[in-house]
Design a protein around this ligand. Sequence first.
Ligand SMILES: [Zn+2]
Length: 348
Amino acid sequence: MPLVSMRQLLDEAAKGGYGVGAFNVNDMEQIQAIMGAAKETNSPVIIQASRGARSFAQDRYLFHLILAAAELNPEIPIAMHQDHGNSFETCKSAIELGYTSVMMDGSLKEDGKTPASFEENVAVTKKVVDFAHARGVTVEGEIGVLGGVEDGHGAGGTGLEHVTDPDQAVEFAELTGVDALAIAIGTSHGAYKFSKKPDGSVLKMDVLIAIHKRLPKTHLVMHGSSSVPKDLQDVINQYGGKLKETWGVPVEEIQLGIRNGVRKVNVDTDNRLAMTGAIRKVLWTQPEKFDPRDYLKPAREAMQKVVAQRMTQFGQAGHAGDYQAVSIAEIAKGYKDGSLSTKPLVAR
Ligand SMILES: [Zn+2]
């Protein structure tokens, strides 16, 4: 299957009542781990690259690896997404490269650190929407500010400092026409999300539910949604690592989100932990090894296992064959004639 529009993938997820994991990639092994899991569980999938990933791997390498994934797995719908675009130019370059979806994170200024005003956010996001939709490309926006920092991007602090205001979310969606909306409900980027075991009230689920009721056609996105399981932390620390004790977002909370309009769930940290643990184990227990394949193969397998588990938990497993890809040109027509509009929004 050619790369598909993320909008199509999320519309299908909404129809089926499931969520889709969006997994970050930087290299071939991570892409292979995700595709292995997608094949194993028969799942549609979102592969995403941050600005850091694009510069680490170089655009052409990364993009051609994704094309190879699509070529080798024609039965799997794959959307290629720019994670946390910091400017119109970043999003434009991703679109020109062939990404089928971009996130314009206008919640922060271009430095990726300083919270932006509502007006600044609307202006830059609307500009990206106009450019992207004319080319059939999906846009995710963000309103409210997430906690933590990852890949040098983020305002820092806890996830509860700038929780999304539902009225603002509605206004933002109305003014920009984004397809998907990342909201801040208490999650943070990175491994250190919560310093104590989170209970059922750790996330502002009431905010999420209120937003979904008023924006039923806008797909909600949960960022910073790794679960940071203890067993993955333990492997790292057992073989010489030094992770401080930390807690992520419980899978049940994500599933509650999925029942209330969350269609895209971003996961990165869990995969990083799985790979690093597997590599540490080999290097620690078999110090005579020096062929990179001796540790990259177990690392790839460990990541595949986590991704497959998330695909099952988010409900996307089994849905790869539900639909055929709509061409990006057709999607562009849908934006133009209004059939893909997320409006009308529910009255306030
Ligand atoms: Zn994020």
